[in-house]
Ligand binder design. Structure first.
Ligand code: ZN
Length: 318
């Protein structure tokens, strides 16, 4: 099956561009997009001819965040983590899912030892911030705006909790407490984005920046990225992310117990709420899914049957 929620292009020698490509859904990140994005990052990382990776979004917005309507099981793709327990009822299955598709993926993408540049425009909301934040540089169009509104839904910020590093503790608190949007200029003042450029110049400006970086020696770029990332790590960021992730899971577990869904329904749009199965139904689905998976594993050739392979075929995608 070819990738269809992400496009991978080699825009010129040394520069790969990965585009979120669900413009009709404002590039909401579903499970398919997550694994396609991972495959695209891995492809760029493994290609010795690629020195810089650009991440952009098709359509009017960079990303509306996690697709809460997504019904695809992440076990339809090859897991990247060893966490396991994806089909267990209660908080266990939920933590496993978020370790795999959010926290683990963000860590992998942030640690790719090549410079990455996010080019953002329109709205970047909730989980969309995580995609921009894992990149080394962020170029924002002047129409860009940002928000993490998950406190409204009874959770303490998105899973990749780097808000205090991206905007400073005081702004992080205000913007999480209020769920207000901040604009490109404010993002630049906070140090969250490197440049703000007119919308029509976003692609060109980002490419020029990528070109300048791609002219440097690859090994020095890798080492420089490592040196800066290690400096951030030395401030305690990895431990703080894990601690915040535990609180995030406490919030989900509380909401599951109290409301039967992982979010506080107070802040979830009514239409979206209808799509959430009640707790018993969700656990039933998990058990059913586990049984299906066990049956697939016991097929005579031991194959995992229908597993969806993400193929990033440039010819098909370019
Ligand atoms: Zn979550």
């Amino acid at each position: 099956m070819s990738a269809d929620h992400v496009r991978y292009e080699i825009v010129e020698s040394g520069i790969a561009k990965i585009s979120l490509s669900r413009p009709e859904k404002a590039n909401a990140q579903d499970v398919r997009m997550t694994y396609e994005l991972n495959a695209a990052f891995e492809r760029a990382a493994a290609d010795d001819d690629i020195k810089v990776i650009i991440l952009a979004g098709d359509g009017n917005h960079f990303s509306a965040g996690h697709d809460l309507r997504d019904v695809v099981w992440h076990d339809e793709f090859d897991a990247t983590s060893t966490w396991g327990g994806f089909h267990e009822p209660g908080a266990e299955g939920w933590v496993a899912r978020e370790e795999e598709i959010y926290l683990g993926m963000c860590r992998r993408w942030r640690d790719i030892p090549k410079p990455t540049i996010a080019a953002v425009h329109g709205k970047t909301i909730g989980g969309g911030l995580m995609l921009a934040w894992v990149c080394d540089l962020i170029v924002a169009a002047d129409d860009a705006s940002f928000a993490d509104p998950v406190v409204d839904m009874g959770v303490c910020g998105v899973e990749w909790f780097v808000h205090p590093w991206e905007m400073g503790s005081r702004k992080a608190k205000e913007l999480l407490f209020t769920a207000d949007f901040w604009n490109a200029q404010e993002a630049r003042e906070m140090g969250m984005v490197n440049h703000v450029v007119p919308r029509e110049d976003l692609a060109d400006f980002t490419l020029q920046l990528a070109r300048k970086i791609a002219a440097k020696p690859m090994f020095a770029l890798r080492l420089t990225k490592e040196a800066v990332n290690q400096s951030t790590d030395a401030t305690g960021q990895p431990g703080a992310i894990k601690a915040a992730f535990a609180l995030h899971q406490l919030a989900h577990a509380h909401n599951l117990e109290r409301f039967g869904i992982c979010l506080d329904p107070l802040g979830v749009p009514a239409k979206l709420l209808e799509t959430f199965p009640p707790a018993e139904r969700r656990d039933e689905r998990r058990t059913q899914r586990r049984n299906e998976r066990n049956r697939e594993r016991s097929t005579p050739d031991g194959s995992q049957g229908h597993k969806l392979k993400v193929e990033l075929n440039e010819e098909k995608l370019a």
